[in-house]
Design a protein around this ligand. Structure first.
Ligand SMILES: *[C@@H]1O[C@H](CO)[C@@H](O)[C@H](O)[C@H]1NC(C)=O
Ligand SMILES: CC(=O)N[C@H]1CO[C@H](CO)[C@@H](O)[C@@H]1O
Length: 375
C-alpha cells in the first residue's frame, strides 16, 4: 500500500503548532519510507480483489432478507374463513353427501353448498400426470425441502393448483365417482367436514343432521328434484341390490383454508387413498394455524394446516364401531404465526461493511511489512 511521506516543518505560529500536534496520521522520517515492491503490488491486488468480493457478497447478503416467525395468541375469535375443497370419491354422486358439523351446532346449510359433479375414478393419462405432479411436488416439499417455504414467501409464490383437466374422451361406462368441489364458509371453531353415504337431511330441531342411506329414506332428494313425479322417480330408482358398494377410496386434489395466499403449502393436495374394504373410515385430524404473512411484496391473512391421518376398518364384530366415510376433523391453533421478512438496517449494514473493509486493509498492510523485512 502506498505510504505518504510528509516532512514536518517548524511553523512560527504557535497555534498551527498546536493543531499539528493533533494530527494523528503517522509521520515518517525521510529515510524511513517504504519502497514500492512487486510483492507489495501483488498483496495490493489481492487485497482489492478481496475487498471487491466482500462488498459484492455483503450487498447480496443484505439484499437477501431473512424470514422471521413470531407467535402470538390469536384473539380474532369471530372471524369466518373459507375451506376450499376439491376431492373425488369412488362412489356416484347420488349415493354420497358432504357437509359440516361444528361446535356451534348451526344448521349445516349455512356453511354453503359444495358442487357435485359425476366423474370417473379412473383417471385419463393427462389427469394422472397432473395429479402425480402435485403429489410428487408436495411430497418433496414436505419431506426434503423444509427451507423452500422461506423462498416461497420471499418470492411471493402462490400454489393454487390448476384445476383438474377434463377427460379428453369420456369413458363409455357410467360415472362411478363423484367430484365434490367448491368453498364453504366456516366458523372459527372446531368442526368436522365429512363425506358419508346417503344424503344429509337436517334434523327437525335444526341442530345437526343425519345421513340417510337410500334404503332408509326411500327416494333420494337428488332424483326427486330431477323428476316431478315422485312415483315415477321411485319406479325408475335402481333396486337396492344395484346400489353401489361403499367405496370411500378418494383423491384430494386440493384442500386449503382461507383465501389463497403466497407461500402456503397445502399438505393434503395430491393425497390418494385406495381401499379394498367397503367399510372404511378415513379420518384426517387437521390443525389450522392462522398465519399473517407480511413480506416486502405481499401482506395477507391466511391459514396453514398440519394434518395427521388415520384409517379404520369398521367391523362391528371386532368392536371397531363407527360410520364409514371420509372425515376431516379440524381445530384451530390458539397461537397465530406472524411471518415477517426482515432486513438489517442500512446504517448497521454500512458500519459492518466499513469495518470488514478496514480489516482487509490493515491485514494487507501488515503482510506487506512482513515481506519487506528491511523496513
Ligand atoms: C374402490 O375403487 C377402487 C378404484 O376403482 C378400487 O381399486 C377398489 O378395489 C374399490 N374398493 C372397493 C371396496 O370396492
Ligand atoms: C500482526 C501485526 O503485525 N499487526 C499489526 C498490523 O498493523 C497495525 C497497524 O499498522 C498494528 O497495530 C498491528 O499490531
Amino acid at each position: 500500500m502506498s505510504v505518504q511521506i510528509r516532512s514536518r516543518k517548524k511553523s512560527n505560529i504557535p497555534a498551527v503548532e498546536v493543531v499539528k500536534q493533533l494530527d494523528s496520521f503517522p509521520k515518517l522520517d525521510k529515510d524511513d519510507f517504504i519502497q514500492r515492491s512487486p510483492v507489495g503490488g501483488i498483496v495490493s491486488i489481492v487485497a482489492y480483489v478481496i475487498i471487491c468480493s466482500v462488498i459484492f457478497f455483503e450487498i447480496r447478503y443484505y439484499w437477501d432478507s431473512d424470514v422471521a416467525f413470531h407467535f402470538v395468541p390469536d384473539t380474532d375469535m369471530h372471524a369466518k374463513l373459507k375451506v376450499n375443497v376439491d376431492i373425488t370419491v369412488a362412489m356416484p354422486c347420488y349415493s354420497i353427501d358432504a357437509d359440516i358439523i361444528d361446535s356451534t351446532d348451526e344448521n349445516f346449510r349455512v356453511f354453503g353448498v359444495l358442487e357435485e359433479e359425476d366423474a370417473w375414478f379412473e383417471m385419463s393419462e393427462k389427469q394422472r400426470a397432473h395429479f402425480d405432479d402435485i403429489r410428487y411436488f408436495n411430497t418433496y416439499l414436505r419431506e426434503e425441502m423444509h427451507a423452500v417455504n422461506e423462498l416461497l414467501w420471499k418470492q411471493a409464490h402462490s400454489f393454487q393448483p390448476a384445476s383438474v383437466p377434463k377427460h379428453e374422451i369420456l369413458p363409455s361406462q357410467k360415472p362411478d365417482a363423484c367430484r365434490i368441489f367448491g368453498s364453504l364458509e366456516l366458523n372459527k371453531v372446531a368442526g368436522n367436514f365429512h363425506v358419508a353415504a346417503g344424503k344429509a337431511i337436517p334434523l327437525a330441531n335444526g341442530e345437526g343432521h343425519v345421513h340417510t342411506e337410500l334404503f332408509n329414506f326411500g327416494i333420494p332428494r337428488k332424483i326427486l328434484s330431477h323428476d316431478d313425479d315422485p312415483l315415477v322417480a321411485f319406479l325408475q330408482f335402481p333396486p337396492i341390490r344395484d346400489m353401489p358398494r361403499h367405496n370411500f377410496s378418494h383423491r384430494i386434489h386440493h384442500m386449503s383454508f382461507g383465501d389463497s395466499s403466497v407461500g402456503i403449502i397445502h399438505p393434503l393436495d395430491g393425497d390418494e387413498k385406495i381401499t379394498q374394504e367397503p367399510s372404511t373410515s378415513y379420518q384426517y385430524f387437521i390443525e389450522i394455524v392462522p398465519t399473517d404473512v407480511e413480506t416486502f411484496l405481499t401482506k395477507a391473512k391466511t391459514y396453514q394446516y398440519s394434518v395427521k391421518d388415520n384409517l379404520r376398518i369398521i367391523d362391528h364384530n371386532s368392536g371397531s364401531h363407527g360410520m364409514p366415510g371420509i372425515f376431516f376433523k379440524y381445530d384451530f391453533s390458539a397461537l397465530k404465526v406472524i411471518v415477517t421478512q426482515t432486513r438489517e438496517p442500512l446504517f448497521q449494514f454500512f458500519i459492518r461493511l466499513s469495518s470488514t473493509i478496514a480489516g482487509v486493509f490493515v491485514t494487507a498492510g501488515n503482510l506487506t511489512r512482513l515481506t519487506n523485512p528491511h523496513t
